[in-house]
Design a protein around this ligand. Structure first.
Ligand code: AFP
Length: 281
């Protein structure tokens, strides 16, 4: 695992440089989910793939930017699913973005995720590692990641990050979000999953939701590259991650690019979601 974390640190230092100086134009290609890829998405993907290909402990990798699984070492132990630059469309407006990594054993499924890592590229570069029973945050100082703190969620927070567009929400979801705001929660949503979830984690709690909607019944966020890695982080930090009705890590994956509705947060907010969704199943 150490080898993988060191490789991610190496990729983050190169990607930071690329975000600062690289081209934010669109490329002529689309990824598997039909998003037009930016030149930056493709460049970050290549950086990470090249670094992972050097690791003996890695059996297979799969990127959000690629259609298929890439085989690395037949005798490797770990499988890695990664989103090289989530929220890349925010780079041109200079908002924070991130890389996400889910580390799996045996197969790419929620029940087999064993660790996850994300890197936030904002005014500072920070890396969060969820492994065994801890969630640890590091910060890039010059060219070294320095340990800053362990992360733990409170039972209840103050922030609400509701994803997608309101005209596509189910009525019970809209009611839930309205009620949460009526109870005094503050809106904090940048449109970048990594900084939005990082903020809730650092500030101690709240709710991030990306539900199934009329235009996307199984949500937008991808299980292997986005949802499962953050579910690992949130559960390990003492919070919860659900699909509305159950732990999202129990949702089966039929295809590597499957999406799932998802809710991440501290216990009080997630219990509230469970109550509303169980009455509207
Ligand atoms: P992009 O990678 O297309 O910028 O999408 C970012 C993202 O996948 C995730 O980071 C956000 O949480 C989510 O989309 C925002 O989606 P909405 O704009 O539909 O709320």
């Amino acid at each position: 695992m150490n080898e993988i974390i060191e490789a991610i640190k190496k990729s983050a230092i190169v990607i930071k440089e690329l975000i600062e100086t690289g081209d934010t134009d669109k490329s002529s290609s689309e990824n598997s989910t039909g998003d037009t890829q930016l030149k930056l998405d493709i460049a970050c993907d290549v950086i990470i793939e090249d670094i992972f290909r050097e690791l003996h402990c890695v059996k297979e990798i799969v990127s959000e930017e690629q259609d298929d699984i890439v085989k690395v070492n037949e005798n490797g132990k770990f499988l890695i699913a990664y989103d090289p630059l989530d929220g890349s469309s925010l780079v041109d407006v200079n908002l924070s973005v991130g890389s996400i990594f889910g580390i799996y054993e045996n197969d790419f499924s929620g029940k087999n995720i064993v660790a996850s890592v994300y890197v936030v590229f904002g005014p500072r570069v920070e890396m969060v590692v969820s492994f065994e029973d801890s969630v640890k945050m590091y910060r890039l100082h010059k060219d070294k990641f320095v340990f800053i703190q362990d992360l733990k969620l409170n039972e209840k927070g103050k922030l609400n990050a509701p994803g997608s567009t309101q005209n596509c929400w189910a009525p019970h979801h809209k009611q839930l979000i309205d009620d949460i705001f009526s109870d005094g929660y503050r809106l904090r949503y940048s449109g970048g999953m990594v900084p939005d979830l990082h903020q809730i984690l650092i500030k101690g709690g709240g709710l991030f939701s990306y539900p199934g909607t009329t235009d996307r019944p199984t949500g937008k966020l991808r299980q292997l590259f986005e949802v499962f890695p953050f579910a690992h982080v949130y559960e390990n930090a003492g919070g919860q991650a659900i699909d509305g009705n159950k732990r999202v890590l129990e949702v089966p994956t039929q295809h590597i690019h499957d999406t799932s509705p998802c809710f991440f947060g501290s216990n009080e907010e997630i219990n509230r979601v469970l109550e509303v969704y169980s009455q509207n199943a």
